[in-house]
Design a binder for this molecule. Structure first.
Ligand code: SF4
Length: 114
């Protein structure tokens, strides 16, 4: 294993949360392939156990990219590694053979690798 790969896998990112600046536009909800984003009582919310930061699926934070008021932000109180996140994506998409192949080859899209 290269030192670059070790560094990438051990590096931690901060999970995504929606702040109180949310205007309930709903743009982020369909972006999440894990269906982690839901309309809450007052603002949209992200289920932390369903959020895998798009690791294995996209190379960027898709909810953050579409949010018109930039309120899908990383949460410093919830830091997770790429390894934890790819395993969560695999758990949430058990029938995705292509994802499984890419994960086994350690060759998948991830915002950690940009
Ligand atoms: Fe709220 Fe931003 Fe999602 Fe719109 S895109 S619902 S403002 S978090």
């Amino acid at each position: 294993m290269s030192s670059d790969r070790t560094t990438r896998q051990e590096r931690a990112a901060e999970a995504i949360k929606i702040t109180e600046d949310c205007i309930n536009c709903g743009a982020c909800e369909p972006e999440c392939p894990n269906e982690a984003i839901k309309e809450g009582d007052e603002i949209y919310v992200i289920g932390p156990n369903a959020c895998s930061e798009y690791v294995g699926l996209y190379d960027h934070l898709a909810c953050q990219a579409v949010c018109p008021v930039e309120c899908c932000l990383t949460d410093p109180d919830r830091v997770e590694t790429e390894e934890v996140l790819i395993n969560r994506t695999l758990r949430l998409h058990p029938d995705d053979a292509g994802l499984r192949r890419k994960a086994a080859a350690n060759d998948y899209p991830s915002h950690f690798r940009k």
